[in-house]
Ligand binder design. Structure first.
Ligand code: IPM
Ligand code: MG
Length: 353
């Protein structure tokens, strides 16, 4: 197996370094793979002028899996849109056809009081957000800013084909089947035709999954229900933009966005694995970023691309153990626990592995 490692920008290199330590430990235990570094995002712009250069395109096309840190930084915000790091991320998702983005939001019992919600609202929380990742208003044409009647107008196109909706619905139904068997599809069908089609196609797809109970929710209500009573959800399936927003919201239920991994998959279990947080330029290079989301992304890689469930559970167990031992990076620190840096947290996970 070949794993392309794209550390990216900001805290990316620091958190990826910790994830690599975990991978190398598994390698010495017999897991067979090669790590191949590459450039994506701002660091790629600096080196080549492009956020997703051709060499990286070739590297990831040949890899079985991609491990990504984070991309972006204020330095690049003034570049033309097509040169910005975020475009590199969108382009790699599209190039590899990674249409299924799985974002689990799991609350570790030790972190119940780190959530901004009351512990009784979030304790035991275990939600999976299935976000469509290669369509919607993110990619729809036409788009732009232009002059019309003497003033500027900005416009984007929200668009989904039934094929795109159906394939992500299948991923979500299958995920729900392996969990508690409940799927909630989120749309805005009271206003947007595109999402009326979304609701229709998801409902049609349900016929193949009589064992899964399907419900529908409007996105504004879903945002509200996520903070009112998040445990009502098992699996949520939604489009690219609503999924972007709801997954950030769900992450905070778990105490810190620094805890949540993600997998972006094509239809053959090739995947890109990344923490859902960004490059956090304000804390880059200070050894304070939380590496756990990236380490947990490695666990997802082992589960989905390598089909190594045991190794995945081993990593997840090790993370649970360091939290139980009281180790905390600054984002999840509370009085009475032990504050550690990025590298020390990686060291602790390695030790408990
Ligand atoms: C995410 C991020 C990206 C997105 C940005 C960086 C383009 O917010 O992965 O959630 O909007 O998809
Ligand atoms: Mg986002």
């Amino acid at each position: 197996m070949k794993i392309a490692v794209l550390a990216g920008d900001g805290i990316g290199p620091e958190i990826i370094a910790q994830a690599e330590r975990i991978l190398l430990a598994l390698k010495s235990d017999g897991l067979k793979f090669e790590l191949e570094p590459g450039l994506l995002g701002g660091c790629a712009v600096d080196a080549t002028g492009e956020p997703f250069p051709e060499v990286t395109r070739q590297l990831v096309a040949q890899a079985d899996a991609v491990l990504l840190g984070a991309v972006g930084g204020p330095r690049y915000d003034s570049l033309p849109r097509e040169k910005r790091p975020e475009q590199g991320l969108l382009a790699i998702r599209k190039a590899l056809n990674l249409f299924a983005n799985l974002r689990p939001a799991i609350l570790y019992p030790e972190l119940a009081s780190a959530s901004s919600l009351k512990p009784e609202i979030v304790s035991g929380l275990d939600i999976l957000i299935v976000r469509e990742l290669t369509g919607d208003i993110y990619f729809g044409q036409p788009r732009g800013i232009e002059q019309r009647d003497g003033q500027r107008v900005g416009f984007n196109t929200m668009i989904y084909s039934e094929m795109e909706i159906r394939r992500i619905a299948h991923v979500a139904f299958q995920a729900a089947r392996k969990r508690k068997g409940r799927l909630c599809s989120v749309d805005k069908m009271n206003v947007l035709e595109c999402t009326q089609l979304w609701r229709d196609v998801v409902s049609e797809t349900a016929a193949a999954y009589p064992d899964v109970s399907l419900s529908h929710m409007l996105v504004d209500n879903a945002a509200m229900q996520l903070v009112r009573d998040p445990k009502q959800f098992d699996v949520i399936v939604t489009g690219n933009m609503f999924g972007d927003i709801l997954s950030d919201e769900a992450s905070m239920l778990t105490g810190s966005i620094g805890m949540l991994p993600s997998a972006s998959l094509d239809d053959q279990n090739k995947g890109l694995y990344e923490p859902i947080h960004g490059s956090a330029p304000d804390i880059a290079g200070k050894n304070i970023a939380n590496p756990l989301a990236t380490i947990l992304s490695v666990a997802m890689m082992l589960r989905y691309t390598f089909a190594q469930e045991e190794a995945a559970l081993r990593i997840e167990g090790a993370v649970g153990k360091v939290l139980a031992q009281g180790y905390r990076t600054h984002d999840i620190f509370e009085p009475g626990t032990q504050k550690v840096g990025t590298a020390e947290m990686g060291e602790a996970v390695l030790a408990s592995l």
